[in-house]
Design a protein around this ligand. Structure first.
Ligand code: NI
Length: 167
């Protein structure tokens, strides 16, 4: 297993559209393990492959209180949305910033698991919000895109300043 480097906003690579995984092989499973290790170490509750500079449609999430319920979603597709939920979100690619974002409260998502088998699940609350946030990453979208331009620009300026002072 290995810790992966997480790209930080406003890195343009976070804006790339990820491509679907064609076959779930050992290389993909290794990536899943490394992504989970990186997410837990951060610590975070979700991570998408493009955040670690891999433009494949893969996300990992664990919103359980104890962090013992890892879920891997390959080629996730949200097929239905229900209700409204406003939650304070952060992102491992935008460290230090948390803002309220409005999302669906309940979703139905289809994906392939780490065994390559398709599955479907209906989730709500924080897990639904987390899956929406991570799936956005696969289309180059970040939670800051839901904020006002003024807020987003302020975050971008602060992130750029941090980058100048970190090695
Ligand atoms: Ni994120």
């Amino acid at each position: 297993m290995a810790l992966l480097h997480i790209l930080h906003y406003p890195d343009p690579r976070l804006r790339l559209i990820s491509t679907p995984v064609v076959s779930v092989d050992d290389e993909i499973r290794q990536l899943l393990d490394d992504m989970l290790e990186t997410m837990y170490a951060a610590p975070g509750i979700g991570l998408a492959a493009p955040q670690v500079n891999v433009t494949k449609r893969i996300i990992v999430v664990d919103t359980s209180p104890k962090g013992d319920d890892p879920r891997c979603l390959i080629n996730p597709e949200i097929v239905s949305y229900d209700g409204v939920e406003v939650m304070e979100e952060g992102c491992l690619s935008v460290p230090g910033f948390h803002e309220n974002v409005e999302r669906a409260q309940q979703i139905k998502v289809r994906a392939l698991g780490r065994d390559g088998e398709p599955f479907e699940m209906e989730v709500e609350g924080i897990l639904a919000v987390c899956i929406q946030h991570e799936t956005d990453h696969l289309d180059g979208k970040l939670f800051v895109d839901y904020l006002s331009e003024i807020k987003r620009n302020r975050i971008q300026k602060k992130m750029e300043k941090q980058r100048r002072f970190s090695m």
